[in-house]
Design a protein around this ligand. Structure first.
Ligand code: MG
Length: 332
């Protein structure tokens, strides 16, 4: 590893994973942390617990803002463990000179998103640092959720499982990039930033039994699938042609040389579940606004344990690698 921290080490991909496993997992090792789930499962499987920090730039972007994002990020990680989000904490680091009105807008947005999850903020902390010490505002939220269905885990993905994605991919990454660079042509791209609990609740209530769920945030679908492959020792095989990508996101990818599978999402998740439940799960997901493009994108095999296979429409296939390099700093 380098002597100093690089931006690539925050990319949600390969370098980020290396940093976490070398610097944090070893000295802090314990059985719960080592499971590396979206949220820690504690108290004999009754509760899920997680934390997330938010440094997104710009603070307001098409489809969301740092306040909405700070609730979605943490509540979605709880939802991915089959947990109903309940209690959040909110840490706020403000830069001297930040506009009070902007902070008001951020908190209003945060509050609206909490309501969508049925969660509340029960503790918080506010710090103000001198101008230049932080860029505007950084947030941290931690959350506790009540696990409704036990056993959902990144290590439970099995050969034979169907893999679904809840909507078209890559929107958050594309929207942030377009917002930052002022790309006029793609002003139509909105972030997918959304709370996933309502969809997860509907799936669970209607008897769907996911083996694993993961929101494809930093590092995109490629990272989420790679993590499943590693944690479960299986081989997710994905049909490239089945991956839903909007025309706007495809355009940005083409223009900038990105892969949609490596772009971040903030309201898009993957499910691995028994194949017999796939079409029913798809039907439930598509009831939700924005999720009309939910799709079955492949299945799990044991052909190349630990690797993700991407099958092209031409009949060829290649491994889908974990994203590397300095993807997009401050995406979330
Ligand atoms: Mg997650």
């Amino acid at each position: 590893m380098n002597r100093t921290i690089t931006l690539a080490q925050g990319n949600g991909g390969e370098e980020n994973r290396e940093l976490i496993s070398r610097l944090f997992f070893k000295p802090l090792a314990n059985e719960i942390l080592e499971r590396a789930e979206d949220a820690a499962v504690i108290e004999e499987g009754r509760l899920a617990f997680t934390t997330d920090s938010f440094t997104v730039s710009p603070l307001f972007f098409p489809g969301g803002d740092i306040g909405k994002l700070s609730v979605c990020g943490t509540c979605n990680d709880l939802a991915m463990m089959g947990a109903r989000p309940k209690y959040l904490t909110l840490g706020v680091i403000l830069e001297e000179g930040f506009e009070t009105q902007a902070l008001e807008r951020i908190v209003e947005s945060l509050s609206r998103e909490l309501n969508r999850n049925g969660a509340i903020v029960v503790a918080g902390d506010t710090k103000v640092v001198p101008k230049g010490s932080v860029d505007g505002v950084f947030l941290n939220t931690s959350g506790i959720g009540e696990i409704l269905v036990e056993g959902i885990s990144a290590s439970r993905v099995c050969p034979g499982d169907a893999i679904l994605v809840s909507r078209d991919i890559g929107r958050h990454g594309a929207a942030i990039f377009a917002g930052r660079e002022g790309i006029e042509l793609s002003s139509a791209v909105e972030s997918d930033c959304a709370s996933l609990w309502p969809m997860v609740e509907a799936l669970l209530k209607e008897g769907i039994t996911p083996h694993a769920m993961r929101d494809a945030t930093r590092g995109g679908v490629a990272s989420a699938l790679g993590e499943w492959a590693e944690a479960s020792g299986v081989s997710p095989e994905i049909d490239e042609g089945a991956l839903p990508v909007s025309a706007e996101v495809a355009g940005i990818c083409e223009m900038l040389g990105f892969e949609a599978t490596a772009l971040a999402n903030e309201g898009t998740f993957l499910l691995a579940l028994p194949p017999g439940e796939a079409s029913r799960a798809l039907e439930i997901l598509r009831r939700f606004e924005g999720n009309e493009s939910a799709a079955i994108i492949g299945e799990v095999t044991d052909r190349y344990p630990g690797r993700v296979v991407l099958r092209s429409s031409w009949g060829t296939s290649r491994f889908l690698e974990m994203p590397t390099g300095e993807l997009l700093p401050r995406i979330c």
